[in-house]
Design a protein around this ligand. Structure first.
Ligand code: URP
Ligand code: ZN
Ligand code: ZN
Ligand code: ZN
Length: 456
């Protein structure tokens, strides 16, 4: 035995029970009691919860975007992940138009092999089919364990947008090869129309970022994506869902038996569009923007009742000076916020307050992401799985501040957020990587997670 976690309360999506966990060679060897302790590191988890590490299936590390690059590298982003109880990070490499995707994935794998502090996987963003060559390459990507691809309905000037025809071809190809398409759904033409109108009227504060992408703009994108997926009978994953109308359409489609999944993010559960009226409103600029109270209430309801499948962060922070580019023009603000270190504490604190159960928090942040995206070694504390384990102290109080976070950004939208209950240890494949506020892992520890295709 390398590690024994004793006396803790283990949380799975369906059970809460007291048992010890024995770990050997990075795997969970046994769950029970009275294991032989000789030579093992012993962790006494009395009074604590023992949880599977979170899987953040939506991050943008070192991403060229909005005229700059997102603030966290693969090192600092995965370091922050470890300190927030996240043991697997999915990144979204973006295909440069005309280029291959396998080349991009290999580039990212090489960087992560040097830098990643926890395990990592990729969904590849496709921006150009290269006359169909990419549809061929997708098959090879699946064989290499990249079993999901992303499309953007927006970001035309950034060279990332795809049209409906491309989206449809990708849905069909993904279905054929056991993969899935993830979609960023908003309507680009409505956004452009609104932006042009606001610019003409001299309305340039961050509040107009929200008003140029309000509820119906996202709902149109969500419903269009759902419509295509239903009619092509292809699986679909809606990323960063933030509006009520789109959410309800997705839930109806799911109830009707379609292979559709919904993700939301902690920022949409915590903040409403009111933040864009604040002095520091530009720091909250992300796409889709935070929505009104009605949407937030609908998101919470779906978190509680099962309509939402996963919680992920869309971690994409930028430095204050970069956010300041948009002081007098919201269209110049790089889109994205921080969250990788805050997601699991946020959802677990919601459980600690009784808003949801700890079982549901674990389902949303670990078990469902693993199941939906084919991480067969992850997502639960079960014999034979990777020993990705978080010890959570339900009595520890913690206040977020940029100084105590482990990212490379200089501000966070979570500044001042208070949590009752906080992770105190994170193990990545049995290795301690975070303890009591300190990162104790190392760059290069993380492994690539080769994922199974759908139906495997
Ligand atoms: O504003 C955001 N969300 N930035 C990151 C890119 C994306 O749309 O997910
Ligand atoms: Zn997006
Ligand atoms: Zn994103
Ligand atoms: Zn308490």
């Amino acid at each position: 035995m390398d590690l024994i976690i004793k006396n803790g309360t283990i949380i799975s999506p369906t059970e809460t029970y007291k048992a010890d966990i024995a770990v050997r060679d990075g795997k969970i060897l046994a769950i029970g009691s009275e294991f032989p302790e000789a030579g093992a590191k012993i962790v006494d988890a009395a009074g604590k919860l023992v949880l599977p590490g979170a899987i953040d299936v939506h991050t943008h590390l070192a991403m060229p975007f909005g005229g700059t690059v997102s603030a966290d590298s693969y090192f600092s982003g995965t370091r922050a992940a470890a300190c927030g109880g996240v043991t697997t990070v999915f990144d979204y490499p973006v295909q440069r138009k005309g280029n291959t995707i396998l080349g991009l994935i290999n580039e990212k794998k090489e960087i992560c092999a040097q830098e990643a502090c926890v395990d990592y996987a990729f969904h590849c963003c496709i921006t150009d089919l290269n006359d169909g060559a990419i549809l061929e390459e997708m098959q090879k990507a699946v064989e290499e364990g990249i079993t999901s691809f992303k499309c953007f309905f927006v970001y035309k000037k950034e060279g990332m947008m795809v049209d409906d025809g491309t989206f449809a071809k990708l849905l069909l190809r993904a279905k054929e090869i056991g993969a899935m398409i993830n979609i960023h759904a908003e309507n680009p033409d409505l956004i452009d129309l609104k932006i042009a109108q606001f610019k003409k009227e001299g309305k340039t504060s961050p509040w107009y970022h929200y008003l140029s992408r309000p509820e119906f703009v996202e709902a149109e994108g969500d419903k269009r994506a759902i419509h295509w997926a239903k009619n092509l009978e292809a699986p679909l994953y809606l990323v960063h869902m933030a509006d009520k109308e789109g959410l309800e359409a997705a839930i109806t489609a799911k109830t009707d038996g379609y292979d559709i999944y919904v993700e939301t993010c902690p920022q949409y559960l915590e903040f409403t569009s009111e933040v864009y009226k604040r002095e520091d409103g530009r720091n909250f600029v992300c796409s889709p923007p935070m929505k009104g109270q009605e949407s937030q209430d609908a998101l919470w309801k779906a978190v509680k009742t099962g309509g939402i499948d996963t919680i992920a962060t869309d971690h994409c922070p930028f430095q204050s000076a970069e956010k300041d580019w948009g002081k007098d023009d919201f269209t110049k603000i790089p889109n994205g916020c921080a969250g990788i270190e805050n997601m699991y504490p946020y959802m677990l604190a919601a459980a600690n307050e009784g808003k949801i159960s700890f079982n549901r928090a674990v389902e949303l942040c670990s078990a469902n992401p693993a199941r939906i995206f084919g991480c067969q070694e992850k997502g639960s504390l079960t014999v034979g799985k990777d020993a990705d384990i978080v010890i959570y102290d339900p009595e520890k109080d913690f206040t977020v501040s940029v100084a105590t976070m482990h990212s490379d950004y200089d501000h966070t939208i979570w500044e001042g957020k208070q949590f009752h209950g906080y992770p105190v240890m994170t193990f990545s494949r049995g290795r301690l990587v975070y303890e009591e506020g300190k990162f104790v892992g190392e760059a290069g520890w993380g492994n690539f997670v080769k994922r199974a295709g759908r139906g495997k």
